[in-house]
Design a protein around this ligand. Structure first.
Ligand code: HEM
Length: 517
């Protein structure tokens, strides 16, 4: 061994000695204590805001409830509001608001700058996801990315492709009917097959084949479940987040579902996009996006577009399927609501109904909005940062006023807003009638619905989601429910208990097992 390599090994040994490791740990602890002290000191810009000091001192408090105890910080935040008022400090850097009248200030529209916050986006950092429209922090870049996509998801565009929604609806219903007299099944899985196939067809020009496969599982949500379940681990455990970047390298050592997701992300979706580009006539979103002059060339890489494709599937499958499942559950559990709905659908053709025609039936509109309130597809809070303006908060009674400093992440939580007793009396009850006023849909109440978020970052797929929900609900009401019964399913399989970004019940994901006779 040469002298120089002997010296290198010697210095490495010295660097890794117990004393030096203890010294480094001590330094880190000292730094951490200083940060905690600063967070609760009067020097911190959020010092005056009420909330538990422990929550303000470090992210450990939030991590304990969201990661360790799994997704229950939302419940904790609700209790904080009861004690501290409408605006509370829930971690060192974030405020939370539970006044629904302030929604459009936080989630504003137009030119008012609203950034997203890295802390939240850390929950989904694998592969190209961070470079997608959904995960874009900066208002300006988000605007450019969304601007290029928005026309593909407009109401007009959904009308143009509505016949495909009908086709997939009828095929799903036919497949459900083939389960008659057989084993009960979880209708959520059937809806997940339907929603994944529709988005794939809509975005890439071809379905993923879940409706045509034998049985309902596995499907995309079977695989995505593990992605949602790892969201908090990625958010709070930095080394895991860093390792996630290299996930494809050690894919073979990972669980089956994560492997399936990686395959979708790295092989299946790029293949769909390539097929779309090779066949521009039928190429839908991606073929057109390549030609779009709204996006600079560097935004059109296969890597980034695969991320967008993946996000469409992830954003629109579980959410829409959960809403349809809640509707099915309540229509079966409450025959009086089902009877009223069937009366409202009088005259509608069971096999050939139009979305616009269905929207004109106030009771159907009400059932759907009550399901979106009761089971919002996304139950975790989502923060916005007003980078350039202080937000002025004034409670309705004028007793509470706050100036929220510009640059502060501030969030709301759909399940908290949707349980507001003033807007939604008896919020634990499923009451479609609350959405009807003078025999018409109560559009004024709709602006308090946070299921699709609001403002510049609201759900891009909202029109597609509504079209799917209206068309499928009517089809199921006519053709499935007269022959279906709930099987080993109670309200506890639907009611929100905690979240893994999407709502979960005490038994896990939302589910409604039905038997068709
Ligand atoms: C009931 C069904 C749905 C619900 C409840 C829902 C809910 C939401 C919510 C709450 C957000 C905002 C998330 C945030 O603040 O970070 C969002 C964003 C988004 N959703 Fe949906 N969604 C649904 C269906 C769909 C469908 C069918 C698609 C189709 C592709 C879709 C695509 C998207 C996209 C691309 C975004 C990101 C928008 C942006 O950042 O500009 N969603 N959705």
């Amino acid at each position: 061994m040469s002298l120089s390599s002997a010296l290198t090994i010697e210095s490495l040994r010295a660097a890794l000695s117990l004393t030096s490791i203890l010294y480094l740990v001590g330094l880190w602890l000292g730094y951490y204590v200083l940060v905690v002290a600063y967070n609760v000191s009067p020097f911190h810009p959020l010092y005056r805001f009420p909330g538990p000091k422990l929550a303000a001192s470090s992210y450990l408090y939030e991590a304990y409830y969201d990661w360790w105890r799994v997704g229950i910080y939302g419940k904790r935040i609700r209790l904080m509001h009861e004690k501290y008022g409408p605006i509370v400090r829930i971690n060192p850097d974030e405020l939370h608001c539970n006044d629904p009248y302030f929604t459009d200030e936080i989630y504003s529209s137009g030119n008012r700058i609203r950034d997203k916050w890295q802390h939240f986006l850390n929950a989904g950092t694998a592969g190209p996801v961070p470079v997608t429209e959904f995960s874009t922090i900066s208002h300006e870049l988000h605007r450019a990315r969304r601007g290029a996509l928005v026309k593909f998801f407009s109401r007009q565009q959904v009308f143009r492709l509505e016949s495909e929604v009908h086709d997939f609806t009828q095929r799903t219903v036919q497949k459900m009917l083939r389960c008659a007299g057989k084993e009960p099944f979880n209708v959520k899985e059937a809806y997940a097959c339907f929603t994944a196939d529709i988005i794939s067809q809509y975005a890439f020009g071809e379905p993923m084949g879940f409706i045509d496969q034998d049985g309902w599982e596995p499907n995309l949500t079977t695989w995505l479940k593990s992605v949602f379940e790892s969201a908090y681990l990625l958010r709070y455990v930095t080394p895991v987040r860093m390792l996630a970047q290299f996930a494809p390298l050690f894919a073979k050592y990972m669980g089956e579902n994560i492997r399936a997701v990686l395959k979708q992300l790295n092989e299946v979706i790029p293949r769909y996009i390539q097929a779309a580009l090779d066949n521009p006539e039928n190429g839908r979103v991606f073929a057109d996006l390549m030609k779009s002059d709204m996006l600079p060339e560097e935004e059109k890489s296969m890597y980034r577009l695969s991320g967008e494709g993946f996000n469409f599937l992830a954003a629109g499958t579980e959410t829409t399927a959960a809403t349809l499942t809640a509707i099915t559950y309540f229509l079966l559990a409450k025959p009086e609501i089902y009877a009223r709905l069937m009366k409202a659908l009088d005259g509608v053709d069971p096999l050939n109904h139009k979305w616009t025609e269905l929207e004109q039936r106030p009771y159907l509109w009400a059932v759907i909005h009550e399901a979106l309130r009761f089971t919002p597809g996304v139950s975790h809070r989502s923060a916005r940062i007003a980078r350039t303006e202080n937000l002025i908060y004034k409670s309705k009674d004028g007793r509470t006023q706050w100036v929220i400093p510009k640059g502060t992440p501030i969030s709301m939580t759909s399940v908290i807003n949707h349980n507001n007793e003033e807007l939604f009396p008896n919020p634990d009850e499923f009451i479609p009638e609350r959405w009807i006023i003078n025999g018409k849909p109560n559009y004024a109440l709709e602006k308090f619905l946070l299921s699709f978020s609001r403002g510049t970052r609201a759900c891009l797929g909202i029109h597609l989601a509504y079209c799917e929900i209206f068309v499928m609900t009517a089809a199921v009401a006519f053709r499935i429910l007269p022959r279906a019964q709930l099987y080993q399913t109670t309200i506890e399989d639907i009611r929100y208990d905690h979240d893994v970004v999407t709502p979960n019940t005490i038994h896990g994901p939302i589910a409604a097992r039905i038997r068709i006779v």
